[in-house]
Design a protein around this ligand. Structure first.
Ligand code: GLC
Length: 755
């Protein structure tokens, strides 16, 4: 064949492929080149449309007007839709974009898949309490598989904000107070969500959020001001975001808050300097809900054009607020935004759509048969039960009253309290379960297994008699409720009282000023405490709560968190010993809220309070400076003994590493899992450093009588930190090391880091 004929033949083949679905197939041409080809065809209005994200059939923020989406899509004014649950409608909207808009650019569907999609898992804070990255990754794998099967392309997760203040409603959404644990969880979540191939139809794009330091809101009040030193930002709050980016997170979300006076959505230091330049992040950035527009409310932008000019370098896609749609043309005209900036932002949006394969087949995530066979599969629910049981923290167990045994002296067990058998307010779950209903509050209550539903089947065949008494249901306790309780308790041998928070009381915009149990629950407990029967308290909570009396009076306490669909079955697995609890607190649990902020990795101060009370020391007159339960704390039905802590060298050279080992033995009667934790203290540094910092953990399984030597390696990088001169370095001098089953009860060793 002559050259010209060959060229003609190749051109015809290329045109034919192009004609199949408007764009060239997923050939070896670089994605960027294919994006640029498309960009070159786009008008300014179409580019702005790609940066515009509108809400679907659920709204998760201040209400925005909801013009008919189809009309806007046809006009090329929408690049992405978030929070759209209806599968068939998503298909219709995608067809509008592909068939009826000028360039046929497919839509990107985003969704908050926070702790499961159609199968509801424990809240992320509970999952973090497992300290088991494999379990957490698998949770996200299942959630992403379900979401992808239902036509979602992108999840606004993982949320990796460090939280030190339990008053903040969104503690439940993250991994607690520690940067090392938070970073490990962040990476596991991204891997679970994205798998190793974004093009696959069972993986979706992750979105690490909220950048940055959203959890440090003053007073724990959602959306409030954040102000901190750069070394605190870098040493405590940034590591989990960095871990998510290093794990390959495809996108990132700006935070609502200001950081040191500058709203995060327009914070060049955060996004341009640290995220883009220092960390090399090339992915797409989406605002939080109207956070572009809110720069005007913050008083940091005068109008939409100013907001656009300040945000566009730090935020590609405008979620819900349409500020870019209103301000971009003016900003372009007045020169505060350049064509190149717009092209760069659109490039990142389109590239993600190419990576997901949407240009090769815009409907590839919309296979009805795959949806029907994937959503809420039985094995997904079985796994929900497994991780829920493994997330429950045993805080107290006097006399080993748990696990319940067939030869227990008591037979009659009473389940009582507002969360013994609730079917409302998304109890045992959270606000962030948008995929299970038609809107944020709708769901099929029959899908949740409550404690009462599970107790009978689990306990009666062990010979127990189970009674359930729902009392004080609607926030009020009537005289009748108390009579019912007193009579029921009198007729029982063991009481299981289920208290905590409503599912709809945790999550975004659900901060509280008072961490005591609400809705008369303390009255229930006070009455119960006077009836003289042993009781097990089960907490369905989204954060540490103030419950000193309960901790004192209850015989046993299980922190069950918001465990998801399998709440009751998982609780029974723990109470009967089918699962030996191994979870550890990912957040310090204060005695009273007046102690907040209280976190384990605090500085020593110049006057640490070593004994309470001691004047002229950093403490309170009315309470000792210790938590109810420390970070990393959790009991087991067996007992682990730590011995023989060894440090491989007493002098470690800069650039070298040191090994820390410890022997852990199961000296109890049952097999169990233990999270062995390694902490350091930089005793002699250029600036004050925390009294403890988590630098390693390993979850081990030991049979009765079995021992294992656990080894950790500390590198010079592990000993390094960001100092007040913004240098990341390790200071020569003495380091202490600590190993134990929590951050308080530890063996101690030390070594010197030499110049
Ligand atoms: C919300 C949240 C954010 C979420 C987004 C979309 O306001 O802050 O985490 O992903 O809007 O629902």
């Amino acid at each position: 064949m002559r050259i010209c004929e060959k060229y003609l033949f190749c051109t015809l083949i290329g045109l034919f492929l192009f004609s199949i679905n408007g764009f060239s197939q997923n050939t070896d041409a670089s994605l960027d080149q294919r994006v640029e080809e498309l960009l070159a065809k786009m008008t300014l209005e179409e580019k702005m449309g790609q940066l515009n994200q509108l809400p679907g059939d659920i709204q998760t923020g201040t209400r925005v007007k909801n013009d008919p989406l189809a009309k806007r899509i046809r006009a090329g004014e929408v690049g992405s839709i978030l929070s759209h649950t209806n599968f068939d409608n998503k298909m219709k909207l995608q067809k509008e974009a592909v068939k009826n808009s000028r360039l046929g650019i497919p839509l990107l569907f985003g969704f908050d898949v926070i702790h499961g999609y159609k199968t509801v898992f424990p809240i992320p804070l509970a999952q973090a309490a497992t300290w088991d990255m494999g379990l957490i990754e698998k949770t996200e794998r299942i959630a992403a598989t379900e979401a992808a099967a239902d036509g979602q392309h992108w999840t606004f997760a993982p949320m990796v904000d460090i939280a030190r203040d339990p008053r903040w409603g969104r503690c439940m959404e993250g991994s607690g107070e520690d940067p090392f644990l938070g970073a490990a969880v962040a990476a596991a979540r991204v891997k679970g969500i994205q798998g190793d191939d974004l093009y696959a139809t069972n993986t979706i794009a992750a979105c690490v959020k909220h950048f940055a330091a959203y959890g440090a809101a003053e007073g724990g009040r959602d959306y409030n001001t954040v102000d901190m030193s750069e070394q605190t930002l870098r040493n405590v709050y940034l590591p989990p975001y960095k871990a998510a980016i290093d794990a390959g997170a495809a996108t990132l979300m700006n935070a609502f808050n200001t950081l040191n006076g500058v709203p995060c959505t327009m914070n060049d230091k955060l996004t341009t300097d640290i995220l883009r330049k220092e960390w090399g992040f090339k992915g797409m950035i989406v605002s939080d809900w109207n956070s572009v527009g809110e720069t005007m409310v913050h008083g940091a932008a005068v109008d939409e054009a100013d907001a656009t000019a300040k945000c566009l370098p730090n935020c590609d896609m405008d979620m819900a607020g349409e500020t870019y749609m209103k301000g971009m043309k003016i900003a372009l005209r007045n020169g505060t935004v350049t064509e190149q900036q717009i092209n760069d932002a659109v490039h990142r949006v389109l590239r993600l759509k190419f990576e997901l394969g949407l240009f090769d087949d815009p409907y590839r995530y919309m296979n009805a048969a795959r949806k029907d066979e994937t959503l809420e599969k039985a094995e997904h629910r079985e796994f929900a039960r497994e991780i829920a049981a493994k997330s429950m923290v045993l805080l107290k167990n006097d006399g080993g009253i748990l696990p319940l045994k067939e030869n227990s002296t008591f037979k009659r067990i009473l389940f009582i309290g507002p969360y013994a058998d609730s079917r409302e307010h998304k109890d045992y779950m959270s606000f962030w379960t948008l995929g299970i209903g038609k809107d944020a509050t709708d769901y099929d209550t029959s899908k949740v297994v409550t404690p009462a539903m599970a107790a009978g089947p689990a306990l009666e065949n062990m010979g127990f008699e189970v009674t359930t008494k729902e009392i004080c249901i609607n926030a009020t306790c009537t005289e009748k409720d108390y009579v019912t309780m007193i009579n029921s308790v009198a007729e029982s041998d063991l009481v299981v009282v289920c208290v905590g928070e409503r599912g709809m009381e945790c999550g975004e915009s659900r901060s509280v000023s008072d961490l005591k149990l609400n809705r008369n629950q303390n009255n229930i407990l006070n009455t119960l405490g006077r009836l003289g029967k042993p009781y097990v308290a089960v907490l369905f909570n989204s954060r540490p709560l103030e419950m000193e009396e309960l901790f004192e009076n209850a015989t046993a306490v299980v922190c069950a968190w918001q465990p998801g669909y399998e709440a009751g079955n998982a609780l029974m697995d723990v109470m009967t010993g089918k699962v030996n609890p191994s979870a550890k607190l990912p957040m310090t649990w204060p005695r009273i809220q007046g102690q907040i902020p209280m976190y384990y990795n605090h500085l020593n101060t110049g006057r640490p309070q070593l004994k309470f009370p001691t004047l002229w020391t950093s403490g309170y007159l009315d309470i000792e400076n210790t938590p109810a339960f420390p970070f990393g704390y959790g009991l087991s039905y067996t007992k682990f003994d730590y011995a023989d802590l060894r440090v491989s060298k007493s002098n470690m050279k800069m650039g070298e590493s040191v090994e820390v080992s410890v022997s852990v033995k199961n000296i109890g009667e049952l097999a169990g899992d233990e999270v062995v934790q390694l902490y350091i203290r930089d005793v002699k540094a250029d600036i004050s450093r925390p009294v403890k910092e988590l630098k390693g953990f390993e979850k081990i399984s030991l049979n009765k009588g079995e021992a294992k030597t656990v080894r950790f390696t500390l590198t010079t990088e592990d000993l390094s930190y960001w100092n007040h001169n913004n240098e990341f370095k390790a200071d020569p001098g003495r380091f202490e090391v600590f190993v134990g089953g929590n951050s308080r009860d530890v063996l101690q060793g030390d070594f010197n880091l030499m110049k």
